[in-house]
Ligand binder design. Structure first.
Ligand code: ZN
Length: 190
């Protein structure tokens, strides 16, 4: 059985084939993350994370734009795997690729710079990228509460919460439902 995604047209007209687009994005992301694990004690499969982000967008944020859901499924492929932007552009079109690029950190920078840049750049991000960012932060805070990385002490987890809120404050006004979810999760800061 081939693990390669089935080839698809390189661009998707909005609403033309939403389910096909989402399945394709899921297959692509599952393939790219296939050997990765999350940092939690149980070392959950990495793909659980992008699926959780898409789930939050749709079920908690009421976001039904298939391109945003697809971008959510793909959001960590460039940053955390060998995926090149041109592959995403070829498979999914420039619009989705641009969203993914907007939520991708430059891994050549150190952690402090990456975090600082995320805060600085969030205010100027597109609406779609902000939605993905919001859902990503919600999922990461939940993970931090429910299954934190094995090596992270309390101080590091608190720091992560505070940084996530700084990013969040830059993009407040994007989606009220997601922002309410974020605030509720943040209220459980360790
Ligand atoms: Zn993520």
């Amino acid at each position: 059985m081939s693990t390669q995604p089935i080839s698809r047209p390189s661009t998707f007209a909005a609403g033309a084939d939403d389910i096909g687009l989402i399945i394709q994005a899921l297959a692509f992301a599952a393939h790219k993350h296939r050997d990765q694990r999350r940092k939690d004690v149980k070392a959950s499969p990495y793909i659980n994370h992008p699926i959780a982000v898409a789930h939050v967008l749709y079920h908690e944020g009421g976001v039904s734009d298939a391109r945003v859901i697809a971008a959510a499924l793909l959001h960590d492929t460039i940053e955390d795997t060998e995926t090149h932007a041109s592959e995403i552009e070829h498979e999914f079109g420039k619009g989705i690729c641009d969203i993914v690029l907007e939520v991708t950190d430059d891994t050549r920078l150190d952690k402090a710079d990456r975090r600082r840049l995320q805060v600085e750049r969030s205010a100027d991000a597109s609406h779609s990228a902000r939605l993905v960012k919001l859902a990503d932060k919600i999922c990461n805070l939940r993970d931090m509460l429910n299954s934190p990385p094995a090596s992270w002490d309390l101080g590091r987890r608190r720091e992560y919460f505070d940084w996530a809120r700084q990013v969040m404050e830059q993009i407040r006004g994007t989606n009220r439902r997601l922002e309410a979810v974020f605030d509720k999760v943040f209220a459980r800061r360790p």
